[in-house]
Design a protein around this ligand. Structure first.
Ligand code: SF4
Length: 465
């Protein structure tokens, strides 16, 4: 058996060991989920919008090659240069060569999960460039040398007291300061200098429109606009599934995105880009990095509908209680637990089990991805690939034998009910019994369900006669 490199249960346990933090994290994220519900309920056409978005994405994926080519042609006509990257390494090389060609040393970046996925920051830093993430949450985790723990709220796991300490150390703010306006203002002053000194701006892309060759970046802090308005070089990095066919489709997604993400009617800034600024250059890097493989897998291709709103994370009882870092992937939560095994099932084999199968993620997903069903399908595939740990495989084999032989099942039940109460505790609660690590079995019933059922049938028969 190939050992799972990443171990979600162990990571989750580390997070839950700090009970007050785990509780606070759960509450903070649930607050955002509640805001999402209220925002969704204000729109009577909410379900229609979700259905429409899902249909647009299905259509787009079925015609992806054509729409990508149309986007390239239109974007080029508007003066942008389109690059194609088959994987993260190629993406990083393209970005680096563009920056080096322009003699850039300082870059400001607005939030982009794709550049996180490609590990662009450490790559550029290794080549002597200074990269500053300008989204406040993203900047906080960058200063902490941590990855984001959430795709929309990267520093949701960090308390303001910790931010106060961090800013005291890096920005020289007052020791013990926790006042958000004071801390935000200190960050604003520092980041303003970074914007002024930047020679290039890198952004992500929320939606790229095939019909117009334009694209939209959604932020709440305006950092994207500031980051690409001063330098002459703008590099936009996008996963190839970000394409939508027409400009008219945009309103469907913009109405869904912010409501699903943070409960806002719309993000504070929805910045539209159509070609480079006067005297500047705009480069768009379109990245595959495993997406074609997912597209070719009928069971999982709908995961490419994702618009990265984070709603499935906010509602997930496992994510809320185990924290984003426990997933050890760029995109955590339910959608991350589908995307990561698609890249490397052996490394991420525990993720599809980080799920209670409650289906809440599928209920809130604005583009109607059948998340919990895809997670279930992944479990089947992980088992078929022989990636389950030995105790689970053995347990399933034993249970399969027992359940397929009714007489044996009945016999074992009888013996078990009699014997169980007399067994010494170490024989029941030991390393093999993972279920019993945090739970106690209830007292054994005297009779089995079958016996009780038969007795009731007899009584019913008698009362009829
Ligand atoms: S899977 Fe759906 S709910 Fe989760 S981040 Fe993507 S769009 Fe949002």
């Amino acid at each position: 058996m190939i050992a799972a490199k990443h171990d979600h249960p162990t990571n989750a346990q580390k997070f839950t060991d700090n009970e007050p933090r785990a509780h606070w994290h759960d509450q903070a994220i649930w607050f955002v989920r509640s805001k999402r519900d209220k925002a969704a309920w204000t729109l009577p056409e909410w379900e229609l919008l979700r259905e429409r978005a899902s249909q647009i994405k299905t259509h787009m994926l079925s015609n992806l090659a054509g729409y990508l080519e149309q986007f390239e042609a239109e974007a080029t006509r508007r003066g942008a240069v389109v690059h194609w990257a088959k994987d993260a390494a190629e993406h990083n090389e393209i970005v680096l060569s563009l920056l080096q060609k322009h003699g850039v040393k300082k870059v400001v970046k607005s939030k982009s999960m794709l550049t996180e996925e490609c590990h662009l920051n450490p790559f550029l830093e290794r080549h002597g460039l200074e990269v500053v993430d300008t989204d406040l949450g993203e900047w906080i985790v960058q200063l902490l040398h941590e990855p984001p723990s959430h795709i929309v709220m990267p520093a949701i796991h960090i308390k303001r007291e910790e931010v106060g300490e961090l800013f005291h150390e890096h920005l020289g703010t007052e020791k013990g300061a926790t006042d958000p306006p004071y801390l935000v203002n200190a960050a604003r002053v520092e980041l303003r200098q970074k914007f002024l000194g930047a020679e290039a701006g890198i952004t992500g892309v929320n939606f790229a429109i095939a019909e117009t060759g334009g694209f939209v970046v959604c932020t709440n802090e305006g950092n994207c606009d500031l980051g690409v308005s001063l330098p002459k070089l703008h590099i936009a990095c996008m996963g190839m599934e970000k394409i939508i066919p027409r400009a008219a489709d945009l309103s469907v997604f913009l109405r869904l995105l912010a409501r699903s993400a943070t409960g806002q009617p719309i993000t504070t800034y929805s910045s539209h880009f159509h070609g480079p600024m006067e005297g500047g250059e705009l480069h768009i890097v379109i990245v595959d990095n495993g997406r074609s493989k997912i597209l070719g897998t009928p069971e999982f291709r709908r995961s490419l509908h994702c618009i990265r709103c984070g709603a499935c994370m906010n509602t997930c009882p496992v994510y809320r209680r185990s924290g984003g870092h426990s997933y050890e992937t760029t995109v955590p939560g339910p959608i991350g637990s589908i995307l990561a095994p698609s890249r490397d099932p052996a490394q991420h084999s525990t993720l599809p089990y980080a799920c209670s199968l409650c289906g809440s993620c599928s209920d809130v997903c604005p583009v109607k991805i059948d998340l919990h069903l895809q997670l279930l399908t992944w479990r089947k595939q992980i088992a078929a690939l022989g990636l389950l740990p030995f105790d689970k495989r053995w347990g399933m084999w034993f249970a399969g034998k027992l359940f397929s032989h009714p007489r044996l099942y009945e016999f074992m039940g009888k013996v078990g009910r009699k014997l169980w109460p007399w067994l010494p505790r170490f024989m029941v609660y030991n390393g093999l019994n993972k279920w019993g690590k945090q739970r106690e079995l209830p007292p054994m019933p005297k009779k089995s369900f079958r016996e009780l059922y038969a007795e009731r049938q007899k009584i019913a028969e008698k009362s009829k006669n």
